[in-house]
Ligand binder design. Structure first.
Ligand code: RP5
Length: 177
């Protein structure tokens, strides 16, 4: 099998022209199908973000450079998604003091249980905030990143409140039968 296009990052969101506040990284192009849900939420909330493929084991130097430079470039939160033996969020957290939110990507062999356990079981001392496996985790990672940023941004807090209110409005009182 030919190697995946590690240097080919998913296309940049329109909000990239603004000061980037959240970095979404993933171990492989194949993770984009899951991690795109984080980008979608950040776009809906107008949170400037960037998206990169950064593999802990295939591109270790890229990971070190990315994580060590993130705070200096103005990022506030990193969302890291990976599958299988998912070292990416933990290794990223080792290189930065920024909050790192880990998204376990659903794997073929073990349905993401391997990803979940390898991300959530960080030994005490270097935290990774671990979300659910798959789409829900990617979605909630973006919402949690937004909550963190909203602590110091009243306009963003208002946008998040509106997003949540719209979600509430969208829930029907009774199921369609
Ligand atoms: C991990 O290995 C990636 O995060 C991905 O979830 C998994 C499989 O990668 P590919 O073989 O699809 O590139 O590094």
């Amino acid at each position: 099998m030919s190697p995946p296009p590690e240097s080919q990052a998913p296309s940049e969101p329109a909000s990239a022209a603004l000061a980037v506040r959240v970095g979404i990284i993933m171990g492989s192009q194949s993770d984009w199908e899951t991690m795109r849900h984080a980008a979608t939420v950040l776009e809906a909330l107008d949170v400037a973000h960037e998206v990169r493929i950064v593999s802990a084991h295939r591109t270790p130097d890229r990971l070190a450079d990315y994580a060590r430079g993130a705070a200096g470039r103005g990022l506030s939160v990193i969302i890291a998604g990976a599958g299988g033996a998912a070292h990416l969020p933990g290794m990223c957290a080792a290189w930065t003091l920024l909050p790192v939110l880990g998204v376990p990507v659903e794997s073929h062999a073990l349905k993401g249980m391997d990803s979940l356990l390898s991300i959530v079981q960080m030994p005490g001392g270097v935290p990774v905030g671990t979300l659910a496996i798959g789409k829900a985790g990617a979605t909630n990672a973006a919402l949690m990143a937004t909550s963190i940023l909203a602590l110091g941004d009243a306009a963003l807090s208002a946008r998040l409140a509106a997003w949540r209110a719209e979600q509430t409005r969208s829930v029907a009182e009774a199921p369609i039968r």
